[in-house]
Design a protein around this ligand. Structure first.
Ligand code: G6P
Length: 369
């Protein structure tokens, strides 16, 4: 087992550190930034159908659902097609309005999650086109889909998903770009810029992984907190949800993810000197707004752990702890900003003495409804 873990204490840590490679693998053979081309073999036949979609419905569970939320923002921005993101279990049980002209994107690491599988079976019967984004090759969801794009992250052993998530984000960005190119809804400049950004992502993730020691110190400082709040806006809102989910799953600390601006409609009532608030506030079009959210938390004595872009001078003096990540276009920034949150959850879980690879009550793949 020690050999399988490649020298790491846990599969989860190994998988976190594999991400520069796994993201590279998910882009390899598809993206050629120098030539400015993007090849997606598994959706080629359906490229036109996808670009003509009336709307896109994303169905998934857990971490894959969070990747779906990022994809909603990506696809709406790039393709100008309305996107809905559904929990597979909710979607399937309410006789959803879906039919010809709709495209379903099913996101699943295992490709075996029962709720997701049954949801797409129903939608397929009603005439929707299914695009599968799975990690496990030949899995049930992959086989049921009309078109697909594998994430190629390799086998994920840790129950808490890490490398599958960042591979999903990379591939969903490629899918969005492919549809947008087909549709003509993205300028050639923006298309090329995003190809370049994706091309640089594995390196930026490698840089973010160097934060490990620092994140471990932050973990030691806050590991005894009873609750955590995670906040983000825009593309980083789902990152906040994912950070909170990671912490819950492996440290058993109650954590909530929230869109930062929505905080004032509830969670702000929880803020006091005992509440660590992790704020994902990298430089993007929402930046000014999130700065004022940080002020609101500090005014109530909350402890702010801020994930910011390298070179940021505004947030650091306001925060209790600051984590600097490399700058990236906001569309791909979640791939980088989630890294310290994965590490934070990992270290807190380990410090509390829990089995982070096999958290209690959770299964790697939920094949029952
Ligand atoms: C379980 C796993 C999660 C995963 C979710 C969806 O809850 O513990 O890590 O995100 O299922 O799984 P899928 O294989 O469909 O992505």
């Amino acid at each position: 087992a020690a050999i399988e873990k490649g020298g790491f204490a846990h599969f989860m840590l190994k998988e976190i550190f594999e991400q520069p490679q796994t993201i590279f693998d998910s882009l390899r053979g598809r993206l050629d930034a120098k030539k400015g081309t993007l090849t997606m073999g598994g959706i080629r036949e359906y490229a036109e159908t996808l670009s003509n979609a009336k709307r896109i419905i994303i169905v998934a569970c857990g971490t894959s659902w969070h990747a779906g939320l990022v994809a909603e923002y990506m696809i709406e921005e790039l393709c100008r097609i309305p996107v809905e993101v559904e929990y597979a279990s909710e979607f399937r049980y309410r006789n959803p309005v879906v039919g010809p002209g709709d495209v379903i994107i099913a996101i699943s690491q295992s490709g075996e999650t029962a709720d997701t599988l049954v949801a797409i079976e129903a939608a397929k019967e009603k005439g929707a086109i299914i695009l599968g984004v799975c990690n496990v090759v030949g899995s049930s969801i992959a086989r049921l889909s009309h078109a697909g794009a594998y994430t190629h992250a390799g086998p994920e052993i840790g129950v808490a998903s890490t490398k599958a998530f960042t591979a999903q984000l990379a591939v969903l960005c490629l899918v969005g770009l492919k549809i947008a190119a087909e549709k003509g809804s993205v300028t050639p400049q923006r298309f090329q810029h995003l190809l370049d950004e994706l091309d640089q992502i594995p390196e930026k993730v490698a840089t973010a992984l160097k934060l490990d020691d620092q994140v471990q110190q932050i973990a030691a400082k806050y590991k005894d907190a009873r609750d955590f709040l995670y906040l983000g806006r825009g593309y980083n809102f789902p990152v906040a949800l994912e950070g909170a989910l990671k912490l819950k799953e492996i440290s058993y600390i109650h954590a909530e993810g929230y869109p930062a601006a929505e905080m004032k409609h509830g969670p702000i009532a929880l803020v006091d000197e005992n509440l660590p608030v992790v704020i994902v506030a990298t430089k993007d079009s929402y930046y000014e707004k999130i700065v004022s959210n940080i002020q609101e938390i500090k005014a109530r004595k909350g402890k702010v752990i801020a994930v910011v872009t390298e070179g940021d001078h505004i947030i650091p003096p306001m925060a209790d702890d600051v984590i600097f990540v490399p700058s990236a276009d906001e569309l791909v920034a979640p791939i980088v900003s989630v890294i310290p949150l994965q590490l934070l959850a990992y270290h807190i879980g380990v410090m509390k003495g829990f089995d982070v690879d096999k958290p209690r009550n959770l299964a790697k793949s939920v094949t029952v409804e």
